[in-house]
Design a protein around this ligand. Structure first.
Ligand code: DC
Length: 209
């Protein structure tokens, strides 16, 4: 079974995807980490995020430690969003994601274009959203827990800029697949949202048996 979980930054899609993976005993890939790895490579090499060719060169992950905490930083997330508009970068990362999705038994992938581009034939598709203010508050609390000195207003601006770029890029923009189930986590905890997501998938599995 392939499960596609898409949605904007800090919507809770990662937590939901991990809960689904645990429930159905499936491997999970956070595809945002791939774009973040390109961003971190660029940052370390002093490459120019404005250059598509420079970003393409940064798609070599042979030296990347995917456990590196810096991958999760806001700075790297911002560069990831900027370089993810480039068709050549997206193309360079497609195969790795499709192979993960296509492994025997299936997988759960979360990102922006899983249900639309990477795995359009996924057995279940979820699109997880929440109001920008709610997502900013969540991200703000997370960054505070990491001991970072941030301001809520800046985090909100950052999320809005990221949404704008992710939704309006020409290649594989963030949007729900026509057959995706929408889950709005604005008014519920992410745990409750994960339970709802699992119920949606169980219902779909039941229908297809
Ligand atoms: O989910 P995230 O915040 O870790 O993703 C970082 C950036 O990577 C996001 O702003 C856009 C890009 N991305 C993408 O374009 N396609 C994906 N499937 C996953 C992430």
């Amino acid at each position: 079974m392939i499960v596609a979980v898409d949605g904007p930054a800090a919507s809770g899609k990662g937590t939901i995807a991990r809960a689904i993976a645990r429930r159905f005993d499936l491997p999970h890939l956070d595809t945002g980490l791939l774009y973040r790895a390109v961003g971190l490579n660029l940052l370390r090499w002093g490459g120019d995020p404005e250059s598509e060719f420079s970003a393409l060169r940064a798609c070599d992950f042979s030296q990347m430690d995917f456990a590196d905490a810096e991958l999760k930083s806001e700075a790297v997330g911002g560069i990831a969003s900027r370089i993810s508009v480039y068709p050549m970068v997206r193309q360079a990362l497609v195969e790795r994601q499709r192979q993960f999705a296509g492994q025997p038994g299936g997988a759960v992938l979360d990102g922006r274009d899983i249900g639309t581009v990477i795995a359009p034939d996924a057995d279940a598709k979820l699109f997880v959203t929440a109001r920008p203010e709610v997502r900013a508050q969540r991200r703000y609390e997370e960054l505070k827990r990491f001991g970072l000195d941030v301001h809520l207003a800046d985090v909100l601006l950052d999320i809005q800029a990221r949404d704008e770029r992710d939704r309006n890029r020409a290649t594989a923009p963030l949007r729900p697949a026509a057959d995706a189930e929408l889950i709005d986590t604005s008014e519920m905890g992410v745990e409750a949202a994960a339970a709802q997501a699992i119920a949606v998938i169980e219902r779909r599995l039941h229908v297809s048996i």
